[in-house]
Design a binder for this molecule. Structure first.
Ligand code: FAD
Ligand code: NAP
Length: 534
């Protein structure tokens, strides 16, 4: 068979993480000829790449797994309340085997360009190795947090020691025994790495630009009894979770912080802190929307930091002061603040003494040089848009996605983009994605996309496309809802503020999962009335 017809598919899915794997399973199940193109050498996406020490979920294992097949849920047993990366990767490999996914996935195949041929109504894709593929439909399952930020420090290439990034940390791990190690970055990846490696290094120096709020996971092993109980109530549990704004049960608040006495407030904070995880972030109905309510929660968190960290000056340095509580993603930790009571850990405040350059032997700030044997960069991601904007994607009239998104990512529902027919994005900007249990959001998107394709085929239609009007309306709604909250006050990756030159736009949809699902269903009603179908 000629390469042209061998590489012609009904649908091409880019990426083999949670989203791409389910998209393959779903679309193949509808009788489509599907190929998945994946840059990595294995399945798993986030959990294939991010192998740094201490990497684990911040949403409980019970929630953070596929729900589409109750049998799969019943047969898989998580060992901990918060799964660690190796277990998640085993799970995703199990899923790939169970549904025989690998035969349609091409690994080490990085897509570099995708062009829409208007006459043939097909997408032509090119890979890094120069291969060509074509398909009627393209599903971009490329991830929200899959394009790591560049290492921008002057002199970075001169460093003669070991260099690691949390994003593509070596599979075999690293032995830091007897070594002086630096970690730059204190988001979730940095915090988990720091906590895991501190006991092992001879000395660990943490370079912190902005402190992050971190709450205890209270992680623990899961018993089989507990898992059997889950099995029994599985359907009701999943249904309840999907009715929640975050698409997982987070013990939603019912009262305002000011409807209760200070003692009751403290009791509620403590109850949630004891439970652990994201529940700490939503104790009252107004902590996410009202600065005064938020401040009482922030003060409580600051007290907690002071109660754990013995040195008051270090505790103060670890306490966020420049943004409201929860407006940067909370970190869920396993003994993070305790790390700073160790004699072998130093915390450097980069606001006071910024990094000037990396030298051959260490890191030089405006104050002094720190000599180290290894540097771990935990600098985060060009989130939600970076992976797609890096590709040369051209829709109608040769319009590039990069041009279209120059002032911010316009999408309809984070699912489709006007001018880019038959190209779907899973958990794209403008969808709830990272503000929910991602696996639930991924499933909902994949199912919506699969239904849209089935509808087109059943009705003899060729293309579906967002209209500019519906897209503009959705973009305005996403911004409006975001600005009713405190989120836009932080220089976060949610706002695009962590990448120099990126437009300051709130990227995910904060209106909640159920409202969003309703909007998707509504847009699809009456023959996809909010889209142009041809
Ligand atoms: P990904 O898992 O990112 O997969 C995308 C895949 O696309 C990757 O394998 C990538 O190699 C591939 N790809 C990208 N571009 C190309 C290209 N051009 N050509 C070919 N292949 C390409 N979310 C939660 O809800 N809870 C959590 O606890 C949680 N923890 C996280 C921890 C870390 C360290 C990170 C980075 C993210 C975390 N997230 C979490 C978000 C997480 O990304 C999602 O939950 C989910 O795994 C995303 O799945 P995905 O398939 O959409 O994307
Ligand atoms: P991040 O939250 O963006 O953190 C990056 C860190 O690097 C920040 O502390 C940032 O400081 C710092 N940094 C970036 N550029 C810098 C520079 N030039 N100089 C000095 N410091 C710099 O990224 P992340 O930790 O990889 O996490 C990203 C997201 O992935 C999380 O928010 C979460 O959604 C997900 N994640 C989840 C888990 C989990 O617990 N399951 C674990 C890891 C990641 P500033 O804040 O000052 O920019």
């Amino acid at each position: 068979m000629a390469e042209e017809s061998r590489n012609a598919f009904d649908a091409i899915v880019v990426g083999a993480g949670f989203a791409g794997m389910y998209a393959l399973h779903k679309l193949r199940g509808q009788g489509l000829r599907v190929a998945v193109l994946e840059a990595g050498t294995g399945v798993g996406g986030t959990w294939f790449w991010n192998r740094y020490p201490g990497a684990r979920v911040d949403i409980e294992s019970r929630d953070y797994g596929y729900s589409f097949d109750p049998e799969l849920e019943r047969e898989w047993r998580w060992s901990e309340r918060y799964s660690a990366q190796p277990e998640l990767l085993r799970y995703l490999n199990h899923v790939a085997d169970r549904y025989d996914l690998r035969r349609d996935i091409r690994f080490e195949t990085r897509v570099t360009a995708a062009r829409f041929d208007e006459r043939g109504a097909r997408w032509n894709l090119t890979t890094e190795r120069g291969e060509s593929f074509s398909a009627r439909f393209v599903v971009m399952a490329t991830g929200c947090l899959s394009e790591p930020k560049e290492i921008v420090f002057p002199g970075a290439d001169d460093f003669s020691g070991e260099v690691y990034r949390t994003f593509d940390y070596p599979e075999e791990g690293v032995d830091f025994t007897g070594k002086r190690v630096a970690v730059i970055g204190t988001g979730s990846s940095g915090i988990q790495t720091i906590t895991a490696i501190a006991p092992e290094c001879e000395h660990l120096t943490v370079f912190q630009r902005t402190p992050n709020y971190s709450v205890p996971a209270n992680n623990r092993p899961l018993g089989t009894g507990e898992q059997r109980e889950w099995d029994a109530e599985r359907d009701a549990y999943r249904a309840r979770a999907k009715a929640e704004p975050l698409a997982f049960w987070n013990d939603p608040p019912e009262r305002s912080a000011f409807e209760v006495t200070p003692e009751e407030r403290l009791q509620e904070f403590e109850r949630r802190w004891e439970f652990g995880g994201f529940r700490v972030g939503g104790p009252f109905t107004d902590t996410g929307v009202d600065l005064a309510a938020n401040k009482v929660l922030a003060d409580y968190a600051a007290d907690k930091i002071r109660s754990i960290v013995r040195d008051p000056a270090i505790a103060d340095r670890l306490t966020p002061k420049t943004y409201p509580f929860g407006t940067k993603r909370l970190c869920v930790d396993t003994g993070y603040y305790e790390v700073y009571n160790r004699d072998n850990v130093t915390l450097v405040d980069l606001r006071a003494t910024p990094i000037e350059r990396i030298t051959a032997t260490g890191i030089e700030t405006t104050e002094r040089e720190y000599q180290v044997d290894a540097i771990v960069y935990a600098l985060g991601f060009d989130a939600m848009t970076g992976t797609l904007a890096k590709l040369d994607i051209r829709g109608r009239g040769g319009l590039t996605l990069r041009e279209k998104w120059a002032d911010g990512p316009d999408t309809h529902l984070g699912l489709m983009i006007a001018g880019f027919p038959n190209l779907f994005t899973v958990t794209g900007p403008g969808s709830p994605s990272v503000l929910t249990n991602m696996v639930m959001s991924i499933e909902q998107h994949v199912e919506w996309i699969a239904e849209a394709i089935a509808w087109l085929d059943a009705h003899g239609r060729t293309t579906i496309e967002a209209t500019p009007e519906a897209e503009a309306e959705w973009v305005a709604h996403v911004a409006e809802v975001a600005h009713q909250t405190l989120y836009p006050l932080a220089d976060s990756w949610y706002m695009g503020a962590n990448v120099e030159g990126k437009p300051r736009v709130f990227l995910p949809y904060v209106g909640g999962f159920p409202a969003y699902v309703e909007a998707c269903n509504d847009a699809a009603a009456e023959g996809y009335r909010a889209f142009r179908v041809a």
